[in-house]
Write a protein of this length. Structure first.
Length: 275
């Protein structure tokens, strides 16, 4: 990847992480671990991959993103603000009474949100239905769904996987944030869903396994998805929960805990120092 593009993507990912943390800190509530984990993926999707336009957020031909792991909404909101869907100052109103930015994505009130999500598993099914609608309507838009590895313990995920393969939804890409942790600890100890790559393949999906923080690997996997015909693609993205903040990285305790003032200041200092 050319240096200019790489530096742009790194800057966008940094701003997404900072924006997510700003909202969570202001709310004294939220999910920083998974939000930081998916920042690089969101940066690539919104600033390189997807055909979207903040000036026309409901364009019928736009690509769609479904955040099936809806609790990481702070990262999605930060990405949307960075893209220009709404003012960045709105991030400080996260989870506040009267704010459009609630704890989970709301397609009725938030510009750029394509599907309301929160109950784990359901967003993936909605993404499958959206992709099928594109096929029926003979539209060229693509659908991207971001899933959690803990979420993949839900039976509905595998019903949706069967659906996607059955209808040959090659316009659908599932990206699994495989950070290995959920609110109760290691996913392999809570309810082991692995090997996810082999399971998606067994369901009839094209599968890529990547480093979810490596933009070259993200780009290559998404290019492979576009070139694959007759089946949907699952990208198993190996990510670090709490990526970029030393005391949050690989700690299940930061799945759903907001940083206090001193912790927030440390997180911002660490992230900006690495920029």
């Amino acid at each position: 990847m050319e240096t200019t593009k790489l530096e742009m993507l790194k800057e966008k990912a940094l701003n997404i992480r900072l924006g997510a943390l700003e909202g969570i800190h202001a709310a004294s509530s939220g999910h920083p671990g998974g939000s930081l984990a998916i920042a690089d993926i969101l940066a690539y999707l919104y600033f390189e991959e997807m055909n979207v336009n903040p000036a026309d957020p409901k364009n019928a031909d736009r690509d769609r993103l479904v955040l099936s792991k809806g609790h990481t909404a702070p990262a999605l909101y930060a990405a949307l603000a960075e893209k220009g869907y709404f003012d960045k100052d709105l991030l400080k109103t996260l989870r506040k009474f009267g704010s459009i930015l609630q704890g989970h994505p709301d397609m009725k009130h938030i510009p750029g949100v394509d599907m309301s999500t929160g109950s784990l598993g359901q967003g993936f099914s909605a993404a499958c239905g959206t992709a099928l609608a594109a096929k029926i309507d003979k539209k060229d838009y693509r659908v991207y769904a971001i899933l959690g590895d803990g979420e993949s313990e839900e039976g509905q995920i595998w019903e949706a996987a069967m659906f996607g393969a059955h209808y040959k939804l090659d316009n659908l890409v599932a990206i699994v944030d495989f950070n290995g942790l959920q609110i109760d600890g290691k996913v392999t100890e809570v309810m082991n869903p692995t090997p996810l790559d082999e399971k998606f393949a067994a369901f009839g999906w094209n599968v890529c396994v990547i480093d979810g923080h490596n933009f070259d690997e993200i780009a290559a996997a998404l290019a492979c998805a576009r070139e694959t015909k007759g089946k949907p693609t699952a990208i198993i993205a190996k990510c670090v929960k709490g990526k970029g903040v030393s005391y949050m990285e690989n700690q299940a305790s930061w799945h759903g805990s907001a940083p206090k003032d001193d912790q927030y200041e440390q997180a911002v200092a660490e992230l900006t120092a690495k920029a």
